[in-house]
Design a protein around this ligand. Structure first.
Ligand code: SAH
Length: 225
């Protein structure tokens, strides 16, 4: 679709550029129990269609995961919302580590809500596209790392929040070690395709774990490609 046509379609309230599509998604998120108004507002603002290929833009405001190449997916909006809401816990975070940049959609949502995001990805073309995309969109508070995120990102540790957007067999010890006291780690744990989304809080009495939901993520894999 060319630019002129798109603008016309948007003005008529149709297509993926229309405000109606985004408002519809936000209503679905509310219906699914997302209640943090800051998260809802940001998800209404961040253009999810900019994070998928041209052929999938029409589906960008559906509440579904979509392919982004390299056998990876952009996470389902309700899962992004749930993880962000659980990570923030209504507070203002300074430093957040994200493992699994992927399309950088979750990265952009975080960048709107916290001071600085450190985002690590193990697939080189994905990290390169993400960096270019986010720079073009004007985000200046994100640092991208090309690495195996199972080791966290030590030079910038500790973090107030850590979010893992791929399913781990078990919680990588490095992530626990890089979580500041009072910090929160959100991570899907369990066998491929049926993980439980865990919240791990670093308290003075140790690590406290809570199960938040059943989720289905692509696997957290070792090494760089
Ligand atoms: N939040 C992303 C999710 C992408 S899917 C989005 O919504 O677009 C999960 C991502 O985690 C993939 O890009 C995958 O390559 C990455 N990943 C998997 N294991 C990893 C690891 N050990 N370190 C860093 N990234 C990893």
């Amino acid at each position: 679709m060319n630019y002129v046509y798109r603008q016309a379609a948007a003005a008529r309230g149709h297509g993926y550029l229309s405000a109606n599509r985004r408002a519809g998604l936000i209503e679905k998120l509310r219906a699914e129990g997302i209640h943090d108004e800051r998260v809802l507002k940001v998800m209404e603002k961040v253009p999810r269609h900019e994070f998928v290929d041209e052929a999938l833009k029409e589906r960008a405001y559906e509440n579904s995961a979509l392919p982004i190449g390299h056998a990876q997916t952009i996470s389902q909006p309700v899962v992004v919302a749930l993880m962000t809401q659980a990570l923030l816990d209504g507070k203002k975070l300074k430093r957040v580590l994200e493992i699994g940049t992927g399309s950088a959609y979750q990265t952009a949502v975080l960048a709107e809500l916290v001071e600085t995001v450190f985002s690590v990805e193990r697939i080189k073309p994905l990290t390169e596209i993400a960096r270019k995309r986010m720079t073009a969109m004007g985000y200046r508070n994100v640092h991208f790392g090309y690495a195996d995120g199972m080791g966290g990102w030590l030079p910038y540790a500790p973090y107030d929040g850590i979010i893992v957007t791929a399913g781990a067999e078990k919680v990588p010890p490095a992530l626990l070690a890089q979580l500041a006291l009072g910090g929160r780690l959100i991570i899907p744990v369990g066998p491929q395709g049926r993980q439980s989304l865990r919240l791990i809080e670093h308290t003075t009495a140790g690590m406290k774990e809570t199960d938040l939901a059943s989720v289905s993520f692509v696997p957290l894999l070792a090494g760089k490609v």
